[in-house]
Design a protein around this ligand. Sequence first.
Ligand SMILES: Nc1ncnc2c1ncn2[C@@H]1O[C@H](COP(=O)(O)OP(=O)(O)OP(=O)(O)O)[C@@H](O)[C@H]1O
Length: 713
Amino acid sequence: MATLGMHRDFLLEFAALDKPVQRRVAEAFEKFTAATHAGLHLEKLTHQRDPRLRTIRITDFWRGVVLKADSGDSYLLLKVLPHDKANDWACRHRASVNGATHGVEIRNDVALERATATLRAAAADEPERLFAAHPDKVLRSLGIDEEILPVIRLIPDDEHLEALHKVLPEQQYDVLLGLASGMSPEEVDREIVQVYARNPAPEPEGSEGDGLTAAMARARGRVALVSGPEELTGILARPFDTWRVFLHPSQHRIAYADRYAGPARVTGGPGTGKTVVALHRAYHLARRLPSDAPDGSVLLTTYTKDLAADLERSLELLVTDGAVRAKVRVVTVDALANEVVRRERGGAPLRILTDQKDITARWARIGRRLGLDFADVFLDQEWRHVILAQALESPEQYLKAPRAGRGTPLGPLKRAQLWRAVAEFEQQLRSAGEWTFLQVCAEAARLLDRRGERPFRHVVVDEAQDLHPAQWRFVRALAAPGPDDLFLAGDTHQRIYGNKVSLRSLGIHVTGRSHRLRVNYRTTQEILAWSAGLLTGEQPDDMDGGRESLTGYRSTLRGAHPESRGYASRAEEIGALVEQVRSWTGAGVDPEEIGVAVRFVQFGRDIAQHLERAGVPAHVLGSGGRPGPGVRIGTMHRMKGLEFRCVAVAGVGDGTVPMRSAVTPAEVDAQQHQEDIGAELSLLFVACTRAREALRVSWHGAPSPFLAPVTAP
Ligand SMILES: Nc1ncnc2c1ncn2[C@@H]1O[C@H](COP(=O)(O)OP(=O)(O)OP(=O)(O)O)[C@@H](O)[C@H]1O
């Protein structure tokens, strides 16, 4: 059978074509998968660098460029371009097989020659060399070939490397970018070279001749092998959603691993595709279920309703087979726990207390009544972070319990007093028939354990960093411990709800099955470096006894530097923001592709009013209803998991970020104070990393102290 591969660029170019042309492209290439390609007319060109590059007529105006293997029946769809450009492209480029990864890569020979001449001239005045520390032998072992080696010896800095992005062979560029972003050669070998090389080669028939078939399989992330006409039609039907088809090999390896012996996990900075991997894993697990497995055997879950709705939408795109789709249930952890508890109680809705102010006021009243010397917030935190977190059920248990993460020591007497307050608080809730979300999760876990019920075969959790131990206990109880029971995706740099957990202490052992992603697909390197600068010196825990880091975290996209600016007054800041939004829409950005993040919702409402007055539609997220057209304005919490072409983070002033009322005073609990500040910093980081192309951060009055590392002259 013929082997057909599709290059990522081909799909992106296809996406930009008019519908009738798209239809013609699809017709032309469906013949490849229908094995009637023998009758196709693939044209050779004169003066080609690589005679294996052929073009094919699509219309009078459009042509495709195809790489045809010397032997065997292998084709790689590379480009779809206007007639002359297609011919020109085919003449200038050349395919080769990487010496270390054995993957196919394409290089622009003509541009490479030109770039070398330019670099040689620049190098004469610039003594620095970006790769001076790496000997030729090391670079060769990472797949840098003899032609490329002299070129990269001339590169003085990151910018010159970036200029070669579309010119250098692709896998070699990846290796160089890894080294330039601070990875050691060993790390590059392990995380880039070996990851490509490990991709399984297809049938041996393809490995004859120039080995192109095997080499296509080893260029995953850029090249997808298409199994037949149906798959081709499916891919061409949604050309914008390249994440469905072109998983980076490091993503693919994690999502499509045959089997994990127990809980497994993917971590990585913002935009590295953790959600994408979680979706593919859910798909893979569902597809592999025995045919008699009931619908809903796989759970895909997360923390908030908005994100669950997003996961549901993405899953519809990824899984086109209705029977497989039905095997996956998408619902938030809280909603599922609620369902379990309700069912036990005959189905009546539970009365959930959601207003944090009300909860704090209750603690204050109880504290006063019992004459206790604890602040209301302290009582509430002790209950959530110690008592509910460890599922403590008696004063004796509490007396002996560790209080890691709490900064105020409590002797036996104090603990006894505190327990009285907790008993009273819980009693009041019980008699009023009220619950908090965490209590519902704790109860749901207890119920499942008691009944020995394990409703799912596989559970996939996204945004895992934000779950509370009570929620984890519930998640743990949802599937029987064993191979592929739990798959977790999360990033502790983005922890914004202050829920610190040790997975081990909850019976979730991911050691040896934890993988980190490092390539950012969302954000430009400029936005990423700026945002990561906010976290200078921060090394959050990894939920498994170690520390997280952003080392090697990088993007291949480049763009403008983020802008940060202060204004004298609130009105001035809003006025400038409105102008910025108008300039983005004026440049062709749809309003829905613009996000405005604020720390508190009222500021967002004011901005929305000003935008509307200036004729720009705006929608405040979370204000109910399906968002219509308009700029998306939301609190930083609401921004989690979202992304936009352009993002403005507004009101980043002293006293607002961190928000005073969200930070426990140091005199109440010094350690909690630090934790709260850390969560506020993560919140700003989350908001900034939602931007794909442009980021603008503003404030009025004094700037937030968090901005000091990135705004210092
Ligand atoms: N292999 C891929 N090919 C194309 N696009 C990708 C790929 N992987 C991820 N993306 C895109 O990158 C963006 C970020 O991906 P995703 O939301 O999965 O990242 P994340 O790590 O979960 O981000 P965050 O932690 O910031 O929420 C999305 O637009 C996604 O479609």
